[in-house]
Design a protein around this ligand. Sequence first.
Ligand code: C5P
Length: 226
Amino acid sequence: MSSSSSVPVLTIDGPSGSGKGTISRMVAEKLGWRLLDSGALYRAVGYAAGMEGLDLSDAEAVTRCAQTTKIRFQAATDGNDTHVLVNGHDATDELRTETAGAAASAIASIPSVRQALVDMQLAFRKAPGLVADGRDMGTVIFPDAAFKVFLTASAAERAKRRYKQLKEKGLSVTLATLQREIEARDARDASRTVAPLKPAVDAVFIDTTGMGIEDVVAKVLAVVRP
Ligand code: C5P
């Protein structure tokens, strides 16, 4: 193992709309640790594959795409979200949509695609620490993480949160459609054979239904600093 294994990692896994993105960002900020948004990597590969006109179920072609796509995160200067550059193109807005989420979920079920993204994810582990947000952070990518959290919330609340988020970004969606799409995505993520969405055995399980963001952040921080 490299010396990076001494760098502390907090993994935050869970289904879409569980609040992982927001909570991970806030917790990383409070700890002064780096942040890995692993979902953005899968979204970026799904997006790049779409741009190339690939069939998302063509494992060989999509794997090649995952191996060659250049993904770069750029801190926003305007107080907004981090920008994601895919092969030099700022794809931040395109990656937010539920279409991009569904494409990500489709290509994420291909084992060789997941393998192609492993080293990129491990490289985020740098001092003073890392908050890793995803589906398999605690189970597959950082199984030795000292701190592991699994966030969830009722399906209805997760759909409502995503709806609000997408509306705020100016995207046109309906709640009923979104709830159906999210449920389909979660079912696929949980039932795939490789790295399925499931809590690590040593993860602290937090059901955020009805909880405010600040309370969730405090609960997660307490896992790291009891
Ligand atoms: O977290 P986010 O909604 O951005 O993730 C998009 C999709 O990427 C998920 O639905 C999942 O299929 C996939 N993903 C994954 N493993 C991760 C992160 C995301 O399979 N660690």
